[in-house]
Design a protein around this ligand. Structure first.
Ligand SMILES: [Zn+2]
Length: 115
């Protein structure tokens, strides 16, 4: 009977991107390579996750996205959020610009994959 290797989160810690082993007492969640390595459109994993968290649907990240920002997003914020939505859901977000706010709309992972 094969023994199953169980990840012990009390004593082991791994890079969020590549699963490389990290020292348990290290504050880092990425290995030094992934910390600075672009994974999508020039952005790092950490940048993409942080940006996606700003538009992530409540309860389930795979649901449709609709999040408004006031004041409106800057060009740099839009570019990063657009990349993040593309990275996580497989389809770019749409940006609806109004005088005092930007609304980010995405069909969401479930719809994009046809689930
Ligand atoms: Zn890594």
């Amino acid at each position: 009977m094969a023994t199953k290797k169980t990840f012990n989160s009390a004593t082991e810690k791994h890079c969020l991107t590549c699963a490389a082993h990290l020292p348990k007492d290290d504050e880092a969640v990425y290995c030094p390579t992934c910390e600075i390595r672009p994974v999508h459109l020039g952005y790092t994993d950490a940048q993409l996750r942080t940006a996606f968290s700003r538009v992530e649907p409540y309860g389930n990240w795979k649901n449709p996205i609709r999040q408004s920002f006031s004041p409106p997003l800057s060009g740099a914020e839009r570019a990063l959020i657009s990349a993040a939505v593309g990275f996580f859901t497989g389809e770019s977000a749409k940006f609806i610009e109004e005088e005092h706010e930007t609304t980010v709309v995405g069909r969401g992972y479930y719809v994009v994959i046809g689930a």
